[in-house]
Design a protein around this ligand. Sequence first.
Ligand code: CA
Length: 229
Amino acid sequence: MQAVKKVLVVEDELKIARLVRDYLTEAGFAVVEASDGDAALAMARAERPDMILMDLGLPGMNGLDVTRRLRQTSSVPIIMLTARTEETDRVVGLELGADDYITKPFSPKELVARIRAVLRRAENTLGGGEVITAGDVIIDIPRMKVEVSGSAIDLTTSEFELLVTLARHPGRVYTRAQLLELIKGISFESYERSVDAHIKNIRKKIEADPRRPRYIQTVYGVGYRFADE
Ligand code: CA
């Protein structure tokens, strides 16, 4: 029997907060609530939730500020609740370390599915696999070896690091800036080559049809993610 997971819902609109609480309770989660940033930080400390659903448009300290503050001390999974018009904020939020976002209005089914996916990912990350298997792809991290359908594939160091980063957290969206930051630390050459160019190369090497990628998916307007199969 798995322990009941506790979700902290940070939302200032009472109607939405109530709706979300009802959805999540129905789905078997324990729910605690906060309607502003200060309360959210206090609740996160006191209640130790398994994950946080964070509305970005809060009065006073906004959801991005709260996320930034939380990330200074905690790696608790965070899903942002955003309005359709907040695309820039979504990108900033992901860069601050939020795990995913969901756009209002959302269905109960979508909300619960996202929360389960993020919780599952958090557990897998804690498990810390040294060899990642996804479909026909096997990534042996300590040996820096990648196999696709039993054949060894040659990747550059930057390509390997990008692939490992994406594949370690299937379903998690990474922005181009986050991925660029990662490869900048690896080689000078990467300054001049865009993330997109690296992704294109990796796809050529691991995808059966690079134009219809099965593993590395493009998230329009944001970045990339590894398929969560
Ligand atoms: Ca709001």
